[in-house]
Ligand binder design. Structure first.
Ligand code: NDP
Length: 287
């Protein structure tokens, strides 16, 4: 294996290969970041061409796609015929362009996204997302599993990056929701640890997650029956969250934004539908 890029994540990937007994070659712009890997048995090389030539299977884990091109361009000749797995982060268009770039270079290219921190790399229950040619993924899945659990998403090379972005969006908005809720109860001197017990220990896994799983098939169908609670009813709840936030002296930005979304949904004719209908406005903001 070759691992290019030895930030915290690249080091973790190289360590995982070494731990699985794979002979591993490493390269980094700043070579000394590979000292610990050399002590564990990695072979450090001086040039990018040597690094690429050393292995059929090359993993790139750099800051972004621009860094990948900057690093790999001098290795032009050596790239042809390699399997390149790119774990540098970016946006979907960059992933699609990278697949085109790789095809021109004669490189078999998989785009990847790592969904865990460096300390979880190498564990089978960690999640690494992949997109690109299915046959390429299947041919190398055993090697990919050395880094962590694999999820193949499809042939469109941008899917791994898109899923990664979607999951990060979910994470940040969930964090904002939790922090707003913690600030609300905090206004009555409730500790975050006390609130987390009920919010994270019970509410999310027992109420929110099952509800979303139950609703997902209907959302796919664009079916939002409002017989067990419609948008107008949800507006009342959002109004209470908005006014309580104000009354308790904490930020009302989040409920205000949610209220606006529900108001727009009502104006767009979804007043008798359930709250999930707001996805229609999210998918098409001009509605
Ligand atoms: P960074 O995102 O900071 O990337 C560091 C690596 O990129 C180093 O090898 C650095 O080289 C190299 N680099 C940056 N700019 C250039 C450049 N212009 N030319 C050459 N090399 C360059 O560190 P991480 O290891 O944490 O992340 C690597 C990738 O993994 C990123 O895309 C990140 O988003 C992703 N990732 C990271 C996670 C984490 O928790 N760390 C989690 C999931 C994904 P040098 O050492 O010489 O500066």
């Amino acid at each position: 294996m070759t691992v290019i890029g030895l930030g915290p994540m690249g080091v973790a990937l190289a360590e995982a290969f070494l731990a699985q007994g794979h002979p591993t070659t490493v390269w980094n712009r700043t070579p000394k970041k590979g000292d610990g890997l050399v002590a564990k048995g990695a072979r450090r090389v001086d040039t990018i061409s040597e690094a690429v030539s050393a292995s059929k299977f090359v993993v790139v884990c750099l800051k972004d796609y621009d860094a990948m091109y900057a690093v790999l361009d001098p290795a032009d000749e050596a790239l042809s015929g390699r399997v390149l797995v790119n774990h540098s982060s970016g946006i979907p268009e960059q992933a699609r362009n990278a697949a085109i770039w790789a095809a021109h270079k004669g490189v078999d290219y998989l785009d990847g996204a790592i969904m865990v921190p460096p300390q979880a790399v190498g564990h089978p229950d960690s999640v690494f997302l992949y997109s690109g040619p299915q046959s390429l993924f299947e041919a190398h899945e055993k090697t990919l599993l050395s880094m962590g659990g694999t999820r193949y998403l499809g042939t469109d090379p941008s899917l791994a990056v898109l899923y990664n972005t979607a999951l990060l969006s979910l994470m940040y908005s969930s964090l904002q929701g939790f922090l707003h809720a913690a600030a609300l109860v905090g206004s009555a001197n409730v500790r975050v640890t006390t609130f987390a017990e009920i919010a994270i220990g019970w509410f999310l896994p027992s109420v929110v997650n099952p509800y979303l799983l139950m609703e997902a098939p209907d959302i796919d169908k664009g079916n939002y029956p409002g017989d067990r609670g419609n948008m107008v009813m949800n507006m009342t709840a959002l109004d209470h969250i908005f006014h309580t936030s104000k009354e308790q002296g904490i930020s009302s930005d989040l409920p205000e934004q949610l209220k606006k979304l529900a108001e727009n949904a009502i104006s767009a004719g979804y007043g008798d539908r359930n709250f999930m209908a707001v996805i229609e406005l999210l998918k098409n903001p001009s509605k």
